[in-house]
Design a protein around this ligand. Sequence first.
Ligand SMILES: *Cc1c(COP(=O)(O)O)cnc(C)c1O
Length: 220
Amino acid sequence: MADVAQNLAKILEEIPKDVTLVAVSKTKPVSDIQAALNIGHLHFGENKVQELTGKQEELADRKDLKWHMIGHLQRNKVKYLVDFVHLIHSVDSPRLLKEINKRSRNAGVVTNCLLQVHIAEEESKYGFDEQELNELVNSEAFQGYEHVNIKGLMGMATFTEDHQKVAREFKSLRSLFENLEVKGNKLEILSMGMSNDYKIALDEGSNMLRIGSNIFGERN
Ligand SMILES: *Cc1c(COP(=O)(O)O)cnc(C)c1O
């Protein structure tokens, strides 16, 4: 079994204080989350709605815990998240954003979101490209969304040993992050970097890491 507290403490020591570490607890038991909470960690990420809501209910007394939705989100499940989620990293289509706005309006909340950008080579990865991002944020519909707050961008690099390639992909995301204005504002959050590539991501300007296996151990 992974020593969650020890692994987490080690990574927190390595990374700058102004970088947020999202501990990705997907597939891992609530007891592992408790171990991280016990040393004061508050940001956790999940990639499946059912697992996220289940864990949220079990830990509902921890009002200070901040849940991040990082996986592909189906529109029909948005309604289960909006009343508690801290940040949705995986907004990957205009239709999903429209639904988050609608459900957030119904719930009387404003939901913090990141737009997911496709930077990797793999076809299977979700997200906007540069043109789609620009179209979205300049669209008339978007101007009317008052219940979503676009805080930044999220991306996943190609899974490869080729550091140069990963660095290039993160650079491209950073450049979008720095240049994109949303309703006249600069973006704040650049979510990039996982267990295998977070050091490269930090070098390329990430300020939010999503790390799972280096903290909680390998998943099955
Ligand atoms: C699983 C996952 C992570 C964490 O992956 P590790 O390699 O275990 O650090 C980060 N981001 C997303 C979107 C994920 O699904």
